[in-house]
Design a protein around this ligand. Sequence first.
Ligand SMILES: Cc1ncc(COP(=O)(O)O)c(C=O)c1O
Length: 341
Amino acid sequence: MTHPKSFGSDNHAGIHPVVLRAIADANPGDAVAYGADAWTEQATARLREIFGADEAFLVLNGSGANVLGLSLLLRRHEAVICAESAHINTDECGAPEQLVGTKLLTLPSPDGKITPELIAEKLSGRGDDHRSQPGVVALTQSTELGTCYTLAELRKIADFCHASDLRLYLDGARLANAAASLDCSLAELAECADALSFGGTKNGAMGAEALIVMRPSLSADAPYLRKQMLQLTSKLRFVAAQFTALLQDDLWRANAAHANTMARLLAEGAGAVPGVELVHPVQANAVFARLPKRHITALQQDWTFHVWDESSNVVRWMTSFDTTGADVSAFLTAIRETASA
Ligand SMILES: Cc1ncc(COP(=O)(O)O)c(C=O)c1O
């Protein structure tokens, strides 16, 4: 029988009970649609305050936040520099190319992170009208490989971008996990960026993400582009209520810190099993491990997780706000028992 707790993705988790209650509490009665309601005003004011931002726009999903954010930062002929492993490159069905009309200039990055030195390699065609002109650097925090940029690394990249006339975008689908891991504020993570996304869905919400705009001159077009990109939902109060619940008493941080702790626990246990090799530092809520193919197959009989790279037998195990210590123990027992499969 498949174990009820999935290690496949933080998207497999349900809604945090406090967030679910907030949706129910927002339900009685009517409210004006499309964000002209008290819930949206409260949530966006709080987001602006917490991030030190110019504006916050509530949207429905992370890909939508990314496309909207990039569209604010790019001129029509400009390209985006990002890691090969970036979600915008690998998992959005070409949405940035299709909807923004940009080109992604990708960089190899074994740990999911890019550096000023790597970014500089993509600037050689500047001024040549035959070449895509880099306009934006897009980072993911925490990265798709479960690592985090330190604040010093972010500052270094931001300095390089400012000196090189590049704008900086952060895909923060798991920004909460990075803030918990680095023990810093959301504002500290955001100050390097011109715009960023802030994910609620992977942190206990449902269909709740935000685009945070840090630079005042960029906000004016955002409401129109959000609508054109189909990210303005009519009953926005239910998205807003979820953010207010996550931001209340730093529930977002508790959820993320818990998920990170569960991932560390899993990594410590799994790393001690013969034949299991951890392939990236575990700095957020994802564990990447290499194990023999037959071991993967045996484990998959009862457990849900992704094989990240078939050719190198690397799997991804993810934890979420509601992964329990007992779930991790049961999974570790299974990893040990199937090791000699
Ligand atoms: C790093 C990152 N960015 C963006 C997204 C996009 O989220 P959505 O599936 O809500 O569009 C994901 C989803 O897994 C993600 O992992």
